[in-house]
Design a protein around this ligand. Structure first.
Ligand SMILES: [Zn+2]
Ligand SMILES: [Zn+2]
Length: 280
């Protein structure tokens, strides 16, 4: 698996920002800079989410083929780069796709309906992409097999059922991928328990934030985000073998080196960086 982008809904460097973390990222580049949340599973060429920087990320990580695209949910930071399907498969002579470059968009049913809401001035993007052959859509209920990988979609019960946690399983090895909108985490589901790797966002850091800010007990972000300590507890409760933190927000005010320091004292956690490769 490659973490194409390790940032969250705010990237590092944040445009125009002159904070310590952003200035260092501007100066040093990767692994200090963090683009939007995206990952790639090489076994079956599965792209997970398309942030605004996705074309850059695919080039940077030397990805040569995409067979499947899946979205965790349809928030802008995960779908802004949806048009990458056109960039990848367009034959400029005909304005149709090269057939061999067509990407299969696999989505749980609730998302496959809502994806139509992503529109340009001409209508739903998906209509154009399907019509031109850039993508082919496959909706599924709870599970889908993609080559050698079984994918289970578990909705996060926030009333609307439109954010999903995915469990990728191959030959008894399980990866739980939960980057964003994961509260309340469906920890009673057996599929998420004892995973070999849990890829998850760290949630709110309570101290060391910019502006000397501390989150009040009733802050709205606490309804959607766990704290970092709560996330560590969660990982322990579900007995994740390894934990990889992604979706790292600029606002957490922590640099690549700061995360390395936090990692000390734990034997099974890591913080992702752009282009990071993990073998499970
Ligand atoms: Zn900054
Ligand atoms: Zn997000």
């Amino acid at each position: 698996m490659t973490i194409l982008g390790s940032g969250g809904c705010t990237v590092i460097p944040k445009p125009l920002c002159q904070c310590r973390v952003c200035e260092e990222a501007r100066r040093k580049g990767t692994p200090y800079e963090r683009t939007g949340p995206s990952a790639f599973i090489h076994d079956e060429n599965i792209l997970i989410d398309t942030p605004a920087e996705i074309t850059y990320q695919l080039n940077r990580s030397l990805i040569e083929r995409i067979d499947y695209l899946i979205f965790t949910h349809l928030d802008p930071d995960h779908v802004e780069g949806f048009r990458v399907v056109e960039q990848v498969s367009l034959d400029f002579r005909t304005w149709y796709a090269f057939p061999e470059k067509q990407i299969q968009l696999i989505l749980p049913e609730p998302l496959s309906e809502r994806v139509r809401n992503i529109r340009s001035v001409y209508g739903p993007l998906i209509d154009f992409y399907v019509n031109r052959g850039f993508i082919k859509c496959t909706a599924f209920r709870e599970k889908i097999r993609v080559g050698s990988i079984q994918i289970t979609a578990i909705p996060v019960d926030r009333g609307d059922q439109i954010a999903f946690i995915y469990v990728y399983e191959k030959e008894g090895i399980r990866v739980v991928y939960a980057p964003c909108d994961i509260k309340p985490f469906p920890e009673d589901r057996k599929e998420v328990q004892g995973a070999d790797l849990l890829v998850i966002q760290p949630g709110i850091f309570e101290a060391g934030l910019k502006h000397g800010f501390t989150y009040p007990a009733d802050h709205i972000s606490r309804t959607t985000l766990y704290t970092f300590n709560e996330t560590l507890d969660l990982a322990k409760r579900i007995q994740a073998g390894r934990v990889l933190f992604i979706h790292l927000e600029e606002y957490w005010n922590r640099s690549y080196d700061d995360y390395l320091a936090i990692r000390e004292g734990f034997d099974n956690i890591q913080f992702a960086y752009d282009g990071m490769q993990i073998r499970i």
